[in-house]
Design a protein around this ligand. Structure first.
Ligand SMILES: *Cc1c(COP(=O)(O)O)cnc(C)c1O
Length: 387
């Protein structure tokens, strides 16, 4: 059964007796009552055998956890209030003072800031590795290395890493690997099957799809690894609100439809940009010749509706800003995977040293609008470049 559509829609849920509706109820509670002291003493919050306290889960959040785990091909899932909180949770659960974590050079920016500041304060060091070079990662792993983060495709510059090779290095060297699977969304490839130990996702993006919920997930297959993460989750007091879980449960069955729709529009517009004389390079892993295209093809046929465009260096940042400001349907704003197409210009020199490309980069997040309308908007805004 296809795990990102049919299996999600027919995922087991036991409705209250006498109310045979497949939609999951919105259960809200801090207190969960126990029948007697024996029930109180025998309660087990570690396994999903029952309910103990609202923060530890309700029927609504347990069901969402089970469905996200099924989508990712994992066995366990914990939910946290944002994608970034999911990254922080994994780091805090697995790293101790003196440990080192390795991050890809094109890692999601706030993840690197977390390492540079919070992890550094706890005596945890980090280094950046080249995600295109698995042999270089193998050479970097040292006795202090306890965790390797992987991201496919990389943030903003969109290189698809040697995912198969990187995860094999981690497994061969016995280092726990965690993948930020926000781009793949459990749809583009099966991260666990490729060897990831931990699969994290910003549910804020495709699984929500509405641009109205912030949430993150951390999935595992291994029971002991899950228990470490679950213990840290509990000690930190993390949890998610029932109404947010409800929104996720409602949008989850259409995630794959929306993903593939944005993919089709994104590829059409990325190819259109390739023909434009104003553009030096289009960074989209599904395009021939794009960085990491062969790596992407080795494990996937689908892609998120997300790509970046490097403008020809004859256009300065101020000119590219005029192009961005001239867009009408593409709105300026962070995050992605909602119904509205978004655009953000990035200063590569500030993001990464050395800057991987000369010229100004603009990232496009493709929403659910009509492709011809979006193309017309891009075309009219390119007129502002020349002026
Ligand atoms: C958005 C995003 C996150 C963080 O998600 P939030 O819910 O916004 O905190 C993490 N990783 C990637 C790759 C993202 O795009």
């Amino acid at each position: 059964m296809k795990k990102d559509t049919t299996a999600l829609i027919h995922h087991a849920y036991q409705p209250p007796a006498g109310f045979e509706a497949p939609q999951v109820g919105v259960h809200k509670a801090s207190t969960v009552l126990f029948r007697d002291t024996a029930a109180l003493r025998s309660r087990d919050w570690r396994h999903k055998t029952g309910y103990t306290y609202g923060l530890h889960g309700t029927p609504t959040t347990f069901t969402l956890e089970e469905r996200i785990a099924a989508l990712e091909g994992g066995r366990h899932c914990v939910l946290v209030p944002s994608g970034l909180a999911a990254i922080a949770l994994v780091n805090q659960a697995l790293l101790r003072a003196g440990d080192e974590v390795l991050l890809p050079a094109n890692v999601y920016g706030p993840s690197r800031e977390l390492a540079r500041h919070e992890l550094a304060h706890w005596g945890i060091t980090h280094r950046l590795y080249d995600p295109m070079d698995a042999a270089a990662l193998a050479a970097m792993v040292g006795p202090q290395t306890k965790l390797v983060w992987v991201e496919a495709a990389g943030s903003v510059t969109m290189e698809f890493p040697d995912l198969v090779g990187l995860l094999r290095v981690c497994r061969d060297q016995g280092i726990t690997s965690a993948i930020d699977n926000t781009w793949g969304a459990g749809i583009a490839f099966d991260a666990f099957a490729l060897g990831a130990d931990i699969v994290m996702q910003a549910l804020t993006k495709y699984p929500s799809g509405g641009g109205d919920v912030l949430m993150g997930s951390v999935c595992t297959r291994d029971d002991a690894l899950h228990e470490r993460i679950k213990l840290t989750h509990m000690r930190l007091g993390l949890g998610v609100a029932a109404n947010d879980a409800e929104l996720l449960l409602r949008s989850l069955p259409s995630t794959a439809l929306r993903y593939h729709a944005a993919d089709a529009t994104g590829r059409a517009l990325a190819r259109w940009f390739q023909q434009r004389p104003e553009v030096a390079q289009v960074l989209h892993p599904a395009l021939e010749g794009a960085p990491g295209h062969a790596h992407w093809r080795a494990c996937s046929t689908a892609a998120a509706g997300l790509f970046s465009v490097v403008f020809d260096s004859r256009y300065g940042a101020a000119q590219v800003d005029r192009f961005v400001d001239a867009l009408r349907l593409f709105r300026i704003g962070y995050s992605w995977a909602g119904p509205m197409s978004l655009v953000v210009p990035y200063d590569l020199g500030v993001m990464r040293q050395p800057a991987p490309y000369a010229g100004t980069l603009v990232r496009f997040s493709i929403g659910l609008e009509d492709v011809a309308d979006l193309r017309a908007d891009l075309e009219q805004a390119l007129g502002a470049l020349a002026t």
